[in-house]
Unconditional design. Structure first.
Ligand code: ADP
Ligand code: ADP
Ligand code: MG
Length: 480
């Protein structure tokens, strides 16, 4: 039966979800705030509801989103990622309003969004993890607990916000003196960012690879994985480049990590799509880090190598269907790489470049190329949201072919107006360590030369490129 599904998000992920809803024959409803008046997701959706002037506050308002869903008579809400996606109160408000929340239950989101609780559930299921503490006690007692942990396990250690996410609320502490100072600071920061001042400690995994596993689970408890992803290439603990499958050479180890992820999901009574994240040390020991209870930015790479539409599957599972395939049906064919094309200046510590107009936009295409974006020529990027413009995902039969395809796409890609991460990624694809799969989460810090390229912003350069684009000029043009 035709359903009406509201998408409580914006940008590329709103479009991604709207497309899946429409392909399933359902009605897609967009929501938006005033800074997004020109956004593509409003135009592509079948219906749209204005939430308010924002910025952000209305996208984040449980009350307003539920009111919008009631107004249009929505049967279900897809939260995307970010915003309300991992807010158990939002899932609960949907449950109480008789609206299907496309994701796990509010209870599961609440348990797994609490990193200390998640670690407790995983410890009971014998999932390997680094040593860590409970929530530190209030005041100086908590500082003493932290210092005792440091004395027992050694430094560096990681001070983490229990309710943290999006790479925020994580501090690496090098010694006891720093720890004594930072516990209070971390608490205050956690309170401001996540409305909870709980912090805890984890031992640091040195030079780790970030490897994660995509999970799908139906209401009957059938749980399977779509293989691994490597998301080690990060800045400020946030991912920039993601690869499927992971480039670990030991296939038995990869299989074991994937099976452990399924076990972890089952231990948490997981339902719908989710991701189990692990860190891997240089001796190939792996440790549970967290479960993200939503669709991930980088879900595209798993889709490309398995052929499974994760968002479509999410919707079908939430509407009561069982998984239509088994673990044996899931085959990993080839490789996929996603790069996050952000309006950021890699030469200036990846500072956001929002508020600028896209003057020329010419995207790559062809075999094995996928673009999930929302910008168009003449579009002014709102300053108030995050800097992701487009996810460029390429697929190839072999790793080398995939890298070659990515290089070609980045070379073909023209975005003028804001500075973007494109020229940085061109250096990444040409980097021997990247090509050899030899990288960990310190890759960006240890490869400062990746930010060395001709300045994107120089006026002459910009103007020349603009004119060439406007007149469709080709520099290397000959006549016979
Ligand atoms: P992780 O898998 O570690 O959670 P992601 O980078 O996929 O890493 O996303 C982390 C969180 O960061 C998301 O839940 C979301 O809150 C936020 N985030 C990242 N990229 C975006 C984006 N483009 N738009 C909105 N939120 C984002
Ligand atoms: P978030 O919820 O913000 O995604 P995570 O717990 O997933 O937080 O950690 C994000 C990133 O921070 C990881 O991908 C990794 O690079 C780094 N990190 C987190 N915990 C550790 C740790 N114990 N040791 C080393 N690096 C860590
Ligand atoms: Mg994470």
């Amino acid at each position: 039966m035709k359903k009406k599904i509201l998408v409580a998000n914006r940008g590329e992920i709103a479009l991604r979800i709207i497309r899946a809803i429409q392909e399933l024959g359902h009605t897609a409803v967009a929501v938006y705030e005033t800074p997004d008046n020109d956004a593509l997701h409003i135009r592509v959706a079948d219906e749209a509801v204005w939430l308010g002037d924002g910025p952000r506050a209305d996208y984040l308002s449980i009350e307003k989103v539920i009111k919008a869903a009631r107004k249009v008579g929505a049967d279900a809400i897809h939260p995307g990622y970010g915003f309300l996606a991992e807010n158990p109160d939002f899932a609960k408000a949907c449950e109480e309003s008789g609206i299907i929340f496309i994701g796990p239950s509010s209870e599961v989101i609440g348990n797994l969004g609490d990193k200390v609780m998640a670690r407790k559930i995983m410890a009971e299921a014998n999932i390997p993890m680094v040593p860590g503490t409970q929530n530190l006690k209030a005041g100086d007692e908590g500082v003493d607990e932290a210092v005792a942990f440091g004395a027992k396990y050694g430094y560096p250690i990681m001070l983490k916000a229990t309710a943290g996410g999006g790479g925020r609320g994580i501090r690496r502490v090098e010694d006891e003196a720093q720890l004594r100072e930072e516990v209070h600071v971390a608490r205050a920061e956690a309170m401001a960012a996540f409305n909870s001042d709980n912090v805890y400690i984890e031992k640091v995994v040195l030079t780790p690879k970030h490897v994660e596993v995509q999970i799908l689970a139906d209401a009957k408890g059938n749980t399977l994985h779509l293989g691994s992803r490597d998301c080690s290439i990060q800045r400020r603990n946030q991912k920039l480049v993601e690869i499927a499958p992971s480039l670990l050479k030991d296939q038995a180890l990869v299989d074991e990590i994937c099976d452990t992820a399924v076990k972890a999901a089952k231990a948490a009574n997981y339902f719908n799509a989710g991701t189990v994240e692990f860190l891997i040390d240089k001796d190939m020991n792996y440790y549970f880090m967290e479960i993200n209870t939503r669709v991930q930015v980088e879900h595209t790479v798993s889709e490309m190598v398995t052929g499974i539409d994760i968002v479509r599957t999410q919707i079908k599972l939430a509407l009561g269907k069982d998984l239509a395939f088994t673990q044996e049906d899931v085959q990993i064919r080839g490789y996929a790489i996603e790069v996050r094309v952000n309006a950021e200046d890699p030469q200036n510590n990846f500072m956001p470049e929002g508020g600028k107009k896209v003057l020329v936009y010419r995207s790559p295409g062809g075999y094995g190329v996928r673009l999930d974006g929302f910008v168009y020529q003449g579009y002014t990027i709102p300053e108030v949201y995050d800097s992701l413009l487009v996810k460029l995902t390429v697929f190839g039969f072999s790793w080398n072919e995939t890298v070659d395809r990515l290089r070609r796409c980045l070379d073909n890609y023209v975005i003028t107006g804001p500075k973007t991460t494109i020229p940085y990624y061109l250096n990444v694809v040409n980097d021997p360590d990247f090509q050899a799969g030899d990288f960990d989460t310190s890759f960006i810090e240890t490869h400062p030369q990746l930010a060395e390229y001709e300045e994107q912003g120089s006026e002459v350069n910009k103007l020349a490129r603009l004119l060439a684009e406007i007149h469709h000029e080709q520099e290397n043009k000959y006549a016979i």
